[in-house]
Design a protein around this ligand. Structure first.
Ligand SMILES: N[C@H](CCC[C@H](N)C(=O)O)C(=O)O
Length: 278
């Protein structure tokens, strides 16, 4: 089975053209392929499928085999995959996801895609839509207690759930300790991605992420968008913000007039291969 290894700011996935390749058990395949040493090594698996409502469909699986509603870094790479492999000549694409159809704008240099801007849609703030179990209609700077420690959280859905926490110094966050405890907190029936944010200026934030179903990644597109929404909700930043991640910078803009969030960032192909399986 042919695959392509790609990444957005180091958030790396294995991409398979499921229009031509038969993929029987994507949840199991995602686990097998994502493993370091025994597999290819990645943050998960992304299948490109046909769509009845868009140009293509992105079907995304985390490294633990769980299926996710949306992937910001992944959808930029899907755009690159279909353009560079000549499955389309369009530089404006509609891609269906489990959280709706997204519009993408491709920037081409020497016949390959380098940068992509994605209309990520509108953020969802209602706690019932995150989903999160809470007596608050919107979870903004709310306290939760974990192992005797008090944390303040702001929850945003970008189609997938995100819990954002603001800190003075991000270097002090023990992400591998606290990340899974918030990811799997009982208040999140579908678990949650977890972003820690240090506000640098009103146009720059530093963010590190513990992703639902994968763990620490070098970047998270939906998490970057959720972090900007939470920063604006808490009056920390303007509406256009550079998000500085371990893997690089994503530019996020939350349009005040139409409520749509756009995210711009790079996309890279690393190598192609064929999977023999275990
Ligand atoms: N782990 C996420 C999916 C991948 C999101 C991230 N890699 C991005 O770029 O948005 C979830 O279970 O919701």
């Amino acid at each position: 089975m042919k695959f392509t290894k790609m990444h957005g700011l180091g958030n790396d996935y294995i991409y398979i053209n499921a229009i031509t390749e038969t993929v029987d058990n994507p949840e199991q395949l995602a686990v097998q392929m994502s493993r370091q040493h025994y597999g290819i090594g990645a943050d998960g698996l992304i299948l490109i499928r046909q769509s009845d409502v868009a140009d293509f469909m992105m079907d995304m699986y985390n490294a633990d085999g769980s299926r996710a509603e949306m992937c910001g870094n992944g959808i930029r790479c899907v755009a690159k995959f279909v353009y560079d492999n000549k499955l389309t000549e369009k530089t404006e694409l509609l891609i269906e996801t489990l959280s709706g159809v997204k519009r993408l704008f491709l920037e081409v240099e020497d016949k390959i895609v380098k940068m992509v801007t994605v209309d990520m849609g509108k953020p969802e703030l209602l706690s019932t839509k995150i989903p999160a179990i809470s007596d608050k209609e919107i979870i903004k700077n709310e306290k939760i207690e974990i192992d005797g420690e008090i944390y303040h959280i702001t929850c945003v859905s970008m189609g997938n759930p995100h819990t954002v926490l603001f800190v003075e110094d991000i270097r002090e966050v023990k992400l591998e300790d606290i990340g899974p405890k918030i990811e799997k907190h009982p208040m999140f029936p579908k678990k949650s991605n977890v972003e820690f944010v240090e506000v640098i200026t009103n146009n720059i934030i530093r963010m590190r992420v513990w992703e639902r179903g994968t763990g620490i990644t070098l970047a998270c597109g939906t998490g970057a968008c959720a972090s900007v929404v939470a920063s604006i909700m808490n009056d920390y930043t303007d509406r256009r913000v550079d998000v500085v991640l371990d893997g690089g910078i994503l530019t996020v803009d939350w349009n005040e007039s139409n409520d749509i969030i756009s995210m711009r960032g790079p996309t890279e192909t690393v190598f192609e291969g064929s999977w023999g399986g275990l």
